[in-house]
Design a protein around this ligand. Structure first.
Ligand code: HEM
Length: 453
C-alpha cells in the first residue's frame, strides 16, 4: 500500500500510524505481548489507524459503525488478510475461511447441521459430555481451569461431530493436535513469513499437528462412510448428499470438520474459563448462579433448562463481551472504495477487533468491569450497533452462535451445581498470546457442593 505525503484540502489525511512500530516486525510484538493495551489505546488515534504487521500495513477499524459497515458487506470486504490466510492453510476450503465467491453454497449446504430443530439433540449431547467431565474432577484439588475448560468443550464438540463413537486415545490425540494448531495460527499470522518458515521446534510442532490431524480424520471419515447406522451427528450430516444432491469429498468433509473443531472448541473453552474465573473472584455472584442451577430439578441438564438459567446466560454474555474469544478478524478490500472518509484500494487489509469495540467506554460504561447486570432487563441489547460482536455480523456471522451460547450456559450451570470455585493463588491471571483470548495462570480450587443430581 502507498500513501501520499502531500495533500490538498479535498484529500483526507491518511489514517495515522499507531505509535510503537518496530523495524521488521512492526506492531506484531505489541499485539502478541499486550494485545488488550494495544487495542484499547487505538481509538484515541481516530476511527481508522494504521498498524504494521511485519512488512504489511493494515487499517485498524476503531469505530462500531464502520466495523458494522465492513462486516455487513462481505463481497466488498472479503475474507483474507494474514489471519485468514493462515486459517485457510489449516482449514482448506472450510466455511470459515472460504472467500465470498464460495461461501453461500457452503453455508446452504451446512445450515441444516445447525437448524434449530437439531440444536436440542446437539446441546443435550454436549451437556452430558461436559457433566461427565466435571464429575470426574476430584474434591479439594487445584485445577488449571483454562486447560480443563478446553478439554471439556473439545470433548463436547468431538462427541457431537462423531456421535460419541471415538475411542478415548483418538480423542486425546485430536485435542492435542488441535491445540497445537490453534496456538500456532496467531503467531504465524502476525510474524513475517520468513520467521514462520524457520526450522524452529514451534514451527515443526505446528506442521506436524496439521499432518497428524489430517491423517486421523481421513481414517475416521473412511470408517464412518462404511458404517450403516446414523445417529444424526455432524459427521453423518456432512457425509449425506446436500439439498442439491451434491456429496462432499473426503477432503471437503475433513476441511469442514477441522473448521468446526477449531471454531467450536477454543472459543467455547476460553469463554467458559473466563466465566469460571469471574465466579471464583465474586462469591456472591457465584452463589446466585449456583442457586439458579440448583433450582433445576435433579437429573441431567438438558436444553429444556435453558430458560431457567437466565443469570448463567448473562454471565456468558458478559464473558463474551469482556473476553471475546475471537478478538481479531481480518478482511481484504476487493475494489476501490471509501470507508469513513478514507479511500481504500483493492488488496488493502483491514483489521476488525471485537475486543476493541467491546471495550469502548462510549458503548459499554466502565468497560473493564465484569458486570452481568448490564444485560439484565430492561437493557438486554447494547445501545450502540456494532459494539457487541463476539460472533461477528452479517452473512459471515458465526453459524454456531446459538449452539455455543447454549453449550456454555449449560456448562456453567453444571459446574456451579457440582462445585464451589475459589482462586487457588493470588497470581494475576494474564492473557496468553493466541488466536483466542486464553487465560494464563488460571488456577482454581474446587470444593464439592451438596449433591442433588
Ligand atoms: C462462544 C463460542 C463462539 C464464538 C465466540 C465464535 C465466534 C465466531 C466469529 C467471530 C465468527 C465470524 C468470523 C468472521 O466474520 O470472520 C465465527 C464464524 C464461524 N463459526 Fe463460530 N464461534 C463460536 C462457536 C462456534 C461453534 C460451536 C461452531 C461450530 C460447531 C462455530 C462455527 C463457526 C463457523 C463454521 C463459522 C463460519 C461462518 C461463515 O463464514 O458463514 N462457532 N465464529
Amino acid at each position: 500500500m502507498t500513501f501520499t505525503t502531500s495533500r490538498t484540502s479535498d484529500t483526507p489525511a491518511a489514517p495515522p500510524l499507531l505509535p510503537g512500530a518496530l523495524p521488521l516486525v512492526g506492531h506484531a510484538l505489541r499485539l502478541l505481548n499486550d494485545p488488550a493495551g494495544f487495542l484499547t489505546a487505538a481509538p484515541a488515534h481516530g476511527p481508522l489507524s494504521h498498524v504494521r504487521l511485519g512488512p504489511l500495513t493494515a487499517t485498524l477499524v476503531s469505530d462500531p459503525a464502520l466495523t458494522r459497515e465492513v462486516l455487513l458487506d462481505d463481497a466488498l470486504y472479503d475474507k483474507g488478510g494474514p489471519l485468514y490466510d493462515r486459517i485457510a492453510d489449516v482449514m482448506g476450503n472450510g466455511m470459515l475461511a472460504c472467500p465470498h465467491s464460495r461461501h453461500r453454497q457452503q453455508r446452504r449446504l451446512l445450515q441444516p447441521v445447525f437448524h434449530k430443530d437439531r440444536l436440542p439433540a446437539h446441546l443435550d449431547l454436549m451437556a452430558a459430555e461436559i457433566t461427565h467431565g466435571i464429575d470426574q474432577w476430584q474434591p479439594d484439588r487445584t485445577l488449571d481451569m483454562a486447560a480443563q475448560a478446553q478439554t471439556l468443550t473439545a470433548r463436547a464438540i468431538v462427541a457431537t461431530l462423531f456421535d460419541g463413537t471415538l475411542d478415548p486415545a483418538t480423542v486425546t490425540t485430536m485435542v492435542q493436535d488441535m491445540s497445537a494448531i490453534t496456538a500456532g495460527i496467531y503467531t504465524h499470522a502476525l510474524l513475517p513469513a520468513a520467521y514462520t518458515r524457520l526450522p524452529l521446534p514451534a514451527n515443526r510442532r505446528y506442521a506436524r499437528a496439521q499432518r497428524n490431524l489430517r491423517t486421523t480424520l481421513g481414517r475416521i471419515i473412511t470408517e464412518h462412510r462404511s458404517r450403516t447406522t446414523d445417529h444424526g451427528a455432524f459427521l453423518s450430516l456432512l457425509t449425506e448428499p446436500g439439498p442439491d444432491g451434491h456429496t462432499l469429498s473426503d477432503r471437503d468433509v475433513s476441511d469442514q470438520v477441522i473448521t468446526f473443531f477449531i471454531a467450536g472448541m477454543e472459543t467455547t473453552g476460553n469463554a467458559l474459563a473466563w466465566a469460571a474465573h469471574h465466579l471464583a473472584q465474586d462469591p456472591a455472584l457465584q452463589q446466585h448462579v449456583h442457586a439458579e442451577a440448583a433450582a433445576v430439578p435433579p437429573g441431567p441438564l438438558t436444553h429444556t433448562h435453558l430458560p431457567a438459567l437466565e443469570l448463567a446466560g448473562r454471565v456468558i454474555t458478559e464473558a463474551l463481551r469482556h473476553y471475546p474469544p475471537v478478538w481479531l478478524l481480518t478482511r481484504t478490500v476487493t475494489r476501490h472504495t471509501t470507508l469513513g472518509s478514507h479511500p481504500l484500494n483493492a488488496g488493502d487489509t483491514l483489521v476488525i477487533s471485537a475486543y476493541l469495540v467491546q471495550h469502548l467506554p462510549s458503548a459499554h460504561p466502565s468497560p473493564h468491569r465484569f458486570d452481568p447486570d448490564r444485560w439484565a432487563p430492561p437493557h438486554p441489547t447494547p445501545p450502540v450497533p456494532g459494539s457487541l460482536i463476539p460472533f461477528g455480523l452479517g452473512a459471515r456471522k458465526c453459524i454456531g452462535d446459538a449452539l455455543g451460547i447454549g453449550e456454555l450456559t449449560l456448562a456453567l450451570a453444571a459446574l456451579t451445581r457440582r462445585w464451589q470455585l475459589t482462586p487457588a493463588t493470588a497470581a494475576r491471571v494474564r492473557y496468553e498470546r493466541d488466536i483466542v483470548i486464553r487465560p494464563r495462570n488460571l488456577h482454581l480450587h474446587l470444593q464439592p457442593r451438596h449433591r442433588r443430581t
